[in-house]
Design a protein around this ligand. Structure first.
Ligand code: BES
Ligand code: MN
Ligand code: ZN
Length: 500
């Protein structure tokens, strides 16, 4: 699909799209079309349930008096109440509609600002509308060689028109970079594990060098020298060697310590010797979702030249059962020096993160750390697919993350941490064990991670197991890999860490 923001001009074919506000009120562009079609839009509204509420869509096919295939009315509700995400959802919903009805060419008419209009102006409205349509246009169809044309998305061209497009185009430029980051994450998460393994994942991340990101990876020998026994213990069962991916984006001259984002990158999680049941195991190709977000985020930040210094670290392994795999009961020594009794080889994400977290603190002394991981099935039991779990030692960071999540509709729900939960992972045989009892599984996993955070470092852990993959379409998030976390963390950085 070709997406453009251009100066208002007459569209002599294809669909015309325009907004209608609450109570069937027609803003100028809609009123003009109604006149030209001799009242067809008013009559169509009267014959339907369409009220102009936010997200409603009414289509008038081949209206007499207009050369166009159709007019699509998009309900906007109260325009003063439309947030950026609402406009994105409208753009996404419109794209879905046009593809469903088989339209190939559409023009959106954006109204000029009303005299005493509140909320975002036409430039911002147009940019977020376009961004929503772009996010919705994502498909992972690389391996579908026989899909009939009639089932493919029909829309080839979407033009968003307004009187003065320059500012909208500028604004959209940055949003497009974020969308590109989201698409990279969705691609990485969707690729199967015979394509994405620790090394090929690193090769994908290397592409960010073109944007000015420094990218390197530590292999097993270097990790062994650093004492990363926790990560290496998970990796040892696979013929695909483990990697520690390190990305640096320097977008600011500030002398402040960098921000750090750390991702769990298990390119396939069989469970290891504590093997998972067969049913649904294919889902574990996206157990590198946290790492996928970190790469997509680095791409978004570098793409829009964010004025911040940011480190991205991904612990990459494949968790396999084999003759060289780690056994239940093995005791490993992490880079921090703390020892871990591995009672369940399927609780592997925390082992990988333990060394990745310690490495980033030793190497970069970050001013804050956010890690992302598809860490526990238990978080899906707690929060379903509506919120990711947020665990943190810092109220300010928590509030910032929660607010960013609300703004982009990637929602977080804070869960508790405490000494009582921490006790559940004490071990008789080592400093800690990698599982608790059956209770509070997501919290004991977070307690485990916290044992690898140095005192005084603000840290947040996002358990994204329930939100990384979606089984149903949403306006700006087609089913499949969601990219949840890229928009959220880009917003966090933009709102709080780019001023200095
Ligand atoms: N990758 C899984 C968690 C997961 C489950 C992610 C479902 C996405 C969907 C993780 O490595 C895991 O296996 N966790 C275990 C921990 C248990 C052994 C303490 C779990 O959640 O069952
Ligand atoms: Mn596991
Ligand atoms: Zn896992």
């Amino acid at each position: 699909m070709r997406l453009s923001i251009t100066k208002r001009a007459e569209a002599k074919s294809g669909a015309l799209v325009t907004g209608v506000t609450a109570d069937r009120n027609l803003p100028k562009a809609a009123a003009d079309l109604d006149k030209r079609s001799k009242g067809a839009l008013q009559r169509a509204m009267a014959a339907s349930r369409f009220k102009g509420n936010k997200g409603e869509i009414l289509e008038v096919l081949a209206p007499a008096g207009l050369p166009n295939s159709r007019v699509v009315l998009v309900g906007m509700g109260d325009p003063a109440k439309l947030r950026d995400v609402d406009l994105q959802s409208l753009g996404g919903a419109l794209l879905g509609h046009l593809n469903r009805v088989g339209e190939s060419d559409a023009t959106v008419l954006v109204n000029a600002a009303g005299p005493d209009e509140k909320g975002a102006g036409p430039a911002e409205r147009a940019a977020h509308y376009a961004y929503g349509a772009l996010l919705a246009s994502y498909r992972f169809d690389r391996y579908r060689t026989k899909e009939p044309k009639a089932k493919k998305p029909s829309l080839k061209r979407l033009a968003i028109m307004l009187d003065e497009p320059a500012e909208a185009k500028r604004h959209f430029g940055d949003l497009k970079k974020v969308a590109e980051g989201v698409f990279t994450t969705r691609d990485l998460v969707s690729e199967p594990a015979n394509v994405i393994n620790p090394k090929s994942f690193v090769a994908e991340a290397k592409k960010l060098e073109a944007l000015g990101v420094k990218v390197k990876a530590l292999g097993p020998a270097q990790m062994k020298r650093l004492g990363m026994g926790a990560l290496l213990g998970v990796a040892q069962g696979s013929v695909n060697e483990g990697q520690l991916l390190v990305m640096e984006w320097k977008g600011s001259e500030s002398k402040k310590r960098p921000l750090a984002f750390v991702g769990k990158g298990v390119t396939f999680d069989t469970g290891g010797i504590s093997i998972k049941p067969a049913g649904g195991m294919e889902d574990m190709k996206w157990d590198m979702g946290g790492a996928g977000v970190v790469v997509g985020l680095m791409q978004a930040l570098a793409g829009r030249k964010a004025r911040a210094n940011v480190i991205g670290i991904c612990g990459m392994v494949e968790n396999m059962p084999s003759g060289t795999a780690q056994r239940p009961g093995d005791i490993v020594t992490s880079m921090s020096g703390q020892t871990i009794e591995v009672l369940n080889t399927d609780a592997e994400g925390r082992l990988v993160l333990a060394d990745a977290l310690w490495y980033v603190q030793e190497t970069y002394k970050p001013r804050m750390i956010v890690d992302l991981a598809t860490l526990t099935g238990a978080i899906i039991i707690s929060l379903g697919h509506e919120h990711a779990g947020l665990f943190s030692n810092d109220d300010e960071l928590s509030q910032r993350l929660t607010a960013a999540g609300e703004a982009v509709e990637e929602r977080l729900w804070r869960m508790p941490l405490s000494d009582a939960y921490d006790k559940l992972i004490d071990s008789d045989g080592a400093d800690m064990k990698n599982i608790g009892n059956r209770t509070a599984g997501s919290i004991t996993a977070a307690q485990f991670l916290q044992r690898f955070i140095k005192k005084g470092t603000p840290w947040a852990h996002l358990d994204i197991a329930g939100v990384t993959w979606s089984k149903k379409d949403a306006p700006t998030v087609p089913k499949g890999g969601t990219g949840f976390g890229v928009r959220l963390l880009d917003k966090l950085v933009a709102d709080h860490y780019e001023a200095d």
